[in-house]
Design a protein around this ligand. Structure first.
Ligand code: PXL
Length: 277
């Protein structure tokens, strides 16, 4: 059995089914030890509610790290998501570079934008800092909006393969070995994930459920990391995470009152079953 120690660094949105409240249960369900470093604590996430109460933990991060160093604590995998501030990104970059075992894996979900726009808490200085973090990662898991902010490519809702491959090449040029680009398809009614690395490209295409839900990027990235760390290939992990995310959306779509996230808990048995195949 592959039993690894993962550190995931992202915020705690107390209400709203995203970031750590999603990553921790999904990674645990994948059978992996999951350590956390909260980047900030927010009363809710920042999409659809009024702006939340925020406790930014940037100034605490070096002391958490110092204690881990004193105890010789290292991690097999570090997976980062939504971070608390621009200044924090450099601190997280240092953790990524110094707190992973030799041969360990690092995954960055830039978690800063969607549908052509940055999330309310972020600006271009944050984007610049995020480029540095992505350059240190083995794998980056952006959506197209994030990929465009990271590469300077203009964001397009309608695109062709040449445009997408240009974005992917520019992401690799930042320094990351693997690109797992979500939300990509070249036909109407479909979506998918494009995986690029080691000179190969794989594209998993599946029907698009015509409704957007908040937090699905976090669900996807967490299921991807959990599956990959559990021993699935990069391509299989990307497919399992896509199918699991679709199940989460299917299990939520009929409930109009559940607009703030997906009922990812109800599909965990499906994820566990796929990991057992
Ligand atoms: O799902 C990404 C995310 C995570 N954390 C917080 C957010 C968002 C997206 O808006 O607001 C606080």
């Amino acid at each position: 059995m592959n039993y690894k120690r993962i550190l995931t660094i992202q915020d705690i949105s107390c209400v709203g089914q995203c970031s750590l409240t999603v990553a921790l249960p999904i990674l645990s369900a994948c059978g992996q030890e999951t350590c956390i470093l909260p980047s900030a604590v927010l009363s809710t996430h920042t999409m659809g509610y009024s702006f939340p109460y925020v406790r930014d933990l940037t100034s605490d991060i070096p002391d958490f790290q110092k204690h881990w160093q004193k105890e010789n604590i290292l991690f097999d995998t570090i997976y980062t998501g939504y971070l608390g501030s621009t200044q924090q990104v450099a601190m997280v970059e240092n953790i990524l570079e110094t707190m992973v075992v030799q041969g360990g894996k690092t995954v960055v979900d830039p978690a800063m934008a969607d549908h052509g726009k940055l999330y309310p808490a972020f600006d271009m200085a944050y984007v610049e800092a995020m480029k540095g973090l992505v350059s240190k990662a083995d794998v980056v898991v952006p959506n197209l909006t994030e990929a465009c902010f990271l590469t300077g490519c203009p964001y397009q809702e309608c695109y062709d393969k040449a445009y997408i491959m240009d974005v992917v090449a520019k992401l690799h040029a930042l320094g990351t070995k693997w690109v797992v680009l979500t939300g990509i398809a070249f036909e109407d009614g479909m979506t998918g994930v494009l995986i690029s690395g080691e000179g190969k490209v794989d594209h998993y295409v599946h029907p698009r459920i015509p409704q957007n839900f908040h937090g699905t990027g976090d669900v996807y990235a967490s299921a991807f990391v959990g599956s990959w760390v559990s021993g699935k290939t990069m391509n299989d992990a990307a497919r399992i995470a896509a199918d699991y995310t679709c199940k989460c959306i299917e299990n939520t779509i009929d409930d109009e009152s559940h607009w703030y996230g997906v009922k990812f808990e109800t599909a965990l048995p499906y994820l566990i079953q796929r990991l057992g195949e």
